[in-house]
Design a protein around this ligand. Structure first.
Ligand SMILES: [Zn+2]
Length: 450
């Protein structure tokens, strides 16, 4: 097969100049979609969520509280009604669903408690690809200083009204369009009690055999207005060695240096590429770590079920504004209040999420069964893969073992095999699928074929 000469990834060049758009790869429709994200709408959503007073998973969810507009039950019903409203505006294009279950008592739940995840499904328009799913999520539960307090104010404007608003705003905007693959807009509860909602949802996805290709978890994306904040940056955190890796997989990682190539890490790099391609107003800063130091979030529930999942979070958190009773002490204001949230920033993060979801749902399936041939020792590198639904071409991308992001790209026609005059000893390779419009799939790192 004739191969064009390898070229430096134009994207990789912009690694040193983050934010420089790569118009070459931009889809005008996606550029149009993300313009419709509204900071005002996001503000309305966050203010509404705060109005429920306390959205702790342990807060009341009886009929009377719901009628009074207080507690997690009222928040749940309102989120559902919002999804239904968006669906009405697109001729019923969204399937609005709940995933409800009873969590038994544990460390942070005293009595059996009903937890409800609320989600909307934008079914893929291509029957051959509608079983492929990408998902955005945030948690709608909140807490104050006391995990068990379900009555005193726990506004949760940033944690995680902001992430909930991102999921809702993505649903509002993307539901006006059709995409070949399916997009799910999820909001979960139970995060503050121990990731209970996301765990249940991820297990359901696993048990039902969902082809869930990417999970974008938004938690604390409010751009808290503190002096150390950088409103031009959103952190994107991803696990290194997968939580669900088998012993054999870990052995291979150790042998081949795959510590920085989990599916979640490739998803994070994809987000970085989207950030360079579209004008979202915010630059993804990849953090090569599961979550912030010794802390966690809902993406981990998906990682545990072998799904690629990353966390978006603001650059600099203010701990006076998280998990705190609303109060003033010695002139310092505590509490997770809307006045500390930068709604323009949340809108930028929503644009980055929407562009990532739209790019993934427009792209062909990632190539399956990607292999690097190793039957004999040779200086060249030969890769093979199975054809992807929707693909018209493929790209082999690679980077030096010490480089954080992809550096080189070689376009391969529609074939499913490529030989490169590059040593596999010194580089890390992956293959991705393209459609005729240039939408790119997630890249897949090959397994050795002996
Ligand atoms: Zn949170």
């Amino acid at each position: 097969m004739a191969l064009a000469s390898a070229s430096l990834l134009s994207l990789a060049q912009s690694v040193s100049a983050p934010g420089s758009p790569d118009a070459h790869n931009a889809d005008p429709r996606i550029a149009e979609v993300i313009k419709q994200v509204s900071a005002d709408r996001i503000k309305q959503t966050i203010d509404k969520l705060v109005s429920f007073g306390n959205r702790s998973t342990t807060s009341p969810q009886d009929d009377q509280s719901i009628k009074a507009g207080k507690g997690v039950g009222a928040a749940r019903d309102w989120i559902k009604s919002e999804f239904e409203r968006y669906s009405k505006n697109c001729g019923g294009c969204l399937e609005v669903k709940t995933d409800a279950f009873t969590e038994q008592p544990g460390d942070r739940i005293k009595s059996p408690t009903e937890i409800t995840n609320v989600y909307a499904v934008l079914r893929g328009s291509d029957p051959a690809q509608a079983n492929r799913i990408v998902l955005v999520t945030g948690h709608y539960d909140s807490r104050n200083s006391d995990t068990f307090n379900g009555t005193d104010p726990a506004p949760g404007a940033n944690d995680d009204g902001s992430g909930t608003a991102v999921s809702l705003e993505c649903a509002r905007v993307l539901s006006k369009y059709k995409f070949p693959a399916t997009i799910i807009f999820l909001t979960v509860a139970g995060e503050e009690q121990g990731l209970n909602g996301s765990r249940h949802f991820a297990q359901m996805a696993k048990q039902q055999g969902w082809k869930l290709e990417a999970v974008l978890n938004n938690d604390i994306v409010g751009g808290d207005r503190n002096p150390r904040q950088d409103p031009t940056v959103v952190r994107v955190l991803s696990e290194g060695i997968p939580a669900a890796a088998t012993e054999a997989e870990i052995r291979r990682v150790r042998m081949l240096g795959g510590e920085s190539d989990s599916p979640s890490r490739e998803l994070a790099r994809y987000v970085a590429e989207v950030g360079r391609t579209y004008q979202t107003g915010v630059n993804p800063l990849l953090i090569f770590r599961l979550d912030r130091f010794l802390r966690g979030g809902d993406h981990y529930s998906f990682n545990q079920q072998r799904f690629a999942a990353v966390r978006f979070t603001e650059f600099s958190e203010d701990f006076n504004h998280q998990h705190q009773n609303v109060r003033t002490e010695n002139g310092v204001e505590y509490g997770d209040l809307p006045k500390f949230v930068d709604f323009d920033y949340v809108a930028h993060v929503a644009r980055l999420n929407a562009a990532t979801l739209a790019s993934l749902a427009s792209a062909p399936a990632p190539p399956a069964n990607v292999k690097i041939l190793t039957k004999q020792l040779e200086k060249d590198t030969t890769l093979t893969w199975d054809p992807s639904t929707g693909a018209t071409a493929y790209e082999v991308i690679w980077r030096s073992t010490s480089a954080p992001d992809w550096q080189y790209v070689q376009t391969v026609g529609s074939g499913t095999r490529a030989t490169l005059q590059v040593s596999k000893d010194n580089e890390i390779f992956a293959v991705r699928a393209l459609d005729s419009a240039g939408h790119r799939s997630l890249p897949v790192v090959p397994e050795p074929e002996r």
